[in-house]
Design a protein around this ligand. Structure first.
Ligand code: NAD
Length: 304
């Protein structure tokens, strides 16, 4: 029998992920049905040949064995999940896979509620960006109470790697920790590149040395925020006026979640708080849609 997989949230990440899944579904006995509240996104999915629904309710009523969500954040997950619950067959059991980056407490709350209603759930936020979503090379950070749930979801994992991080909420927590460290790393590289250049060091030489020294990192090597370095290396959004990378606004959102989770847990995050405030300011200055390496320009008081 063919089993249906619902996919909700066809944005920058969800669209390529759902297209990859639908292509894969052709060879397995899976039928993907997709929805997004934004008509433009829904049309893009239609144009890509996807089967689409016209509402969240329609996905709920489609007897899906699995429903994947790739939504902006907690608010959207809190809006969509109750509708799915209300519109689905109360006697059927569905696996809910939430790939959105959300607060660990949001994941745990939905895990408990869905479990109570006879469903299973895992938080499975991803790392790898739009490129990883398109190439099918994402890493999934999975939180679920029973590791067997991850086994069940394995055919759906469109990336190369999935890591069971722990019980419900542990995937969300892991994702926030990664991005907390990433933000601090990027800000450090931005400051160092700005200082080096001001002191007369060629940015290409500076990056070369750092990448063979202890400052070697993804933010220095793959996504160097200096336009001259990014152009020279042929990789990084800075080469393209900070377009098409990981948006400062999304980084601000993830940092807000991390700081809130830190407050809940009573953990001091001074660097996280400062990073969050810097990305908030950059967003207020109209840089929210630019790659988070744009901080190099922001710290110079320049527009990219
Ligand atoms: P996006 O804003 O491009 O896409 C989200 C989509 O959800 C939009 O198309 C929107 O219309 C849809 N949506 C919102 N509310 C809805 C609702 N109530 N019903 C139906 N559809 C609704 O965001 P994205 O870049 O695809 O990111 C999705 C998630 O993945 C976020 O949590 C983000 O933090 C995370 N993430 C993003 C990246 C990246 O590089 N963009 C990388 C890793 C993780």
């Amino acid at each position: 029998a063919t089993s249906s997989v619902g996919f909700i949230g066809l944005g920058n990440m969800g669209l390529p992920m759902s297209i990859n899944l639908a292509n894969k579904a052709n060879d397995s006995k899976m039928d993907v049905i997709a929805f997004d509240a934004n008509p433009t996104a829904l049309n893009l999915a239609k144009e890509a040949g996807m089967r689409t629904a016209s509402s969240v309710e329609e996905i709920g009523a489609s007897n899906c064995s699995v429903i994947i969500t790739m939504l902006p954040g907690c608010q959207a997950v809190d809006a969509v999940t109750p509708i799915l619950l209300e519109s689905s067959d109360p006697n059927a059991s569905t696996l809910f896979v939430d790939c959105s980056t959300v607060h660990p407490s949001t994941s745990r709350r939905w895990n408990d509620e869905l479990k109570e209603k006879g469903h299973t759930r895992m938080d499975a936020p991803v790392s790898g960006g739009v490129k990883g979503a398109t190439d099918g090379t994402l890493t999934f950070m999975v939180g679920c109470d029973d590791p067997a749930t991850l086994q069940q979801a394995q055919p759906l994992i469109m990336g190369q790697r999935s890591i069971h991080c722990g019980t419900a909420g542990a995937g969300s927590a892991t994702k926030l920790c990664n991005n907390l460290a990433l933000a601090a790393q990027m800000l450090g590289i931005c400051e160092a590149m700005n200082l080096g250049e001001s002191l007369g060091v060629d940015p290409i030489v500076l990056a070369q040395v750092m990448n063979t020294s202890t400052a070697k990192s993804w933010s220095c090597e793959v996504n160097n925020p200096h336009p001259v370095v990014a152009t020279d290396r042929g990789t990084g959004a800075a080469a393209n006026r900070y377009q098409g990378g990981f948006g400062s606004k999304l980084m601000q959102k993830d940092l807000s979640l991390a700081v809130s989770a830190g407050a809940d847990a009573g953990v001091a995050l001074p660097v996280g708080v400062l990073s969050k405030e810097l990305y908030h300011m950059a967003t207020l200055h109209g840089l929210g849609d630019k790659d988070f390496g744009v901080m190099l320009q922001f710290l110079r008081g320049q527009k990219p």
